[in-house]
Ligand binder design. Structure first.
Ligand code: UDP
Ligand code: MG
Length: 311
């Protein structure tokens, strides 16, 4: 019998967990004869009763294992830990708030049985997200897919099915700073897509504010593209060649018409423009150097306080 592991990162989700498990059990009931299911919960430094709720739930659902982090390491680290600890022939990362609807799971499995190694769940309808979130998400995907390789599929979150082969490939990616959607795309494999409607959160509150999302977008862009670093060569070339032309023009004009002392505002504008442009360039260098710094320190991606195995 093939085994399917659900990887569920949880951060302050005491209210969502029981509803999630109950809904999953009901939805998967028709499949329990054909597959064994297990859950790898990663408690990402919750400050509420999440761990207690999980340990309690384990009594009723023995197929739960729990990875308990020493502090909040973020969803990407939690997904990494869940994937590292998963044993299934296929692995499905899911949010605990039921925004990734369990009804989609049988469709993912069906595609997997057809031989696809990755089955993406795509949010065909995001009307449950705010207009601002949809718009910024759209810009993000447009921008990153111009400059990044490989392409990151639009409107696809972490919710997807991955075959064991894919999981083993992911485990070989050593970076500390992990933009999982990008890493998932990077490993490749035969991919199918299943569309679904994004639900509203069932309980609790979102853990991603505007500032966190902005940094998440930067993380994705800097993890999967060096275009922002390289573009400075071209900006520099453009500015110095126009400066050269301008210089030739000034020399010629002085030779023909003599000296003048005008030009205070154009000088100031040029200095300010170039100063600003240099700082942006330096800032971008800084972002990448910061990333190199984090990578060379080679610290573990997460620290586990406790591990509760299945059964
Ligand atoms: N999450 C986590 N660590 C964090 C933030 C979130 O493990 O630092 C989990 C959270 O408990 C949930 C999932 O990641 O299961 C998605 O988070 P959320 O629903 O808040 O994000 P949204 O759906 O609003 O983008
Ligand atoms: Mg959510």
């Amino acid at each position: 019998m093939r085994r399917i592991s659900f990887v569920v990162p949880v951060f302050n989700e005491e209210e969502s967990i029981p509803v999630f498990l109950k809904t999953m059990e009901e939805t998967l009931a028709p499949l329990t004869g054909a597959y064994t299911f297990d859950y790898v919960f990663v408690n990402d430094g919750s400050r509420d009763k999440t761990l207690e709720v999980l340990v309690e739930a384990k009594k009723q659902y023995p197929a739960i294992s729990i990875v308990d982090f020493s502090r909040n390491f973020g969803k990407e680290a939690a997904l990494t830990a869940g994937i590292d600890n998963s044993k299934g022939d296929a692995v499905i990362p899911m949010d605990v708030d039921l925004q990734d609807p369990p009804e989609v799971v049988p469709k993912l499995i069906k595609k997997w049985e057809e031989g696809y190694e990755v089955v993406l769940a795509r949010r065909a309808d995001r009307s449950s997200d705010s207009r601002a979130k949809r718009l910024t998400a759209l810009w993000f995907y447009q921008f990153i897919n111009i400059i990044a390789k490989p392409q990151i599929p639009e409107n696809v979150g972490d919710f997807r099915l991955m075959d064991r082969k894919v999981v083993e490939a992911l485990k070989r990616l050593p970076e500390r700073r992990r933009f999982m959607k990008g890493l998932f795309a990077w490993v490749g494999f035969n991919t199918a897509v299943v569309d679904y409607e994004r639900q509203v959160r069932q309980a609790g509150v979102t853990k991603f504010s505007g500032w966190k999302l902005w940094n998440f977008a930067l993380e994705g862009i800097t993890s999967f593209s060096t275009a922002l670093l390289e573009i400075w060569t071209y900006i520099g070339l453009l500015i110095s060649s126009s400066a050269f032309l301008y210089l030739a023009y000034i020399i010629l004009r002085t030779l023909l018409f003599g000296r003048d002392i005008e030009g205070y505002s154009s000088t100031l504008a040029t200095i300010l423009f170039l100063g600003g442009a240099q700082m942006v360039g330096l800032g971008i260098l800084g972002v990448y150097i910061g990333r190199i710094y984090v990578e060379v320190k080679n610290r573990p991606i997460y620290i586990v306080r406790d591990y509760f195995p299945e059964g």
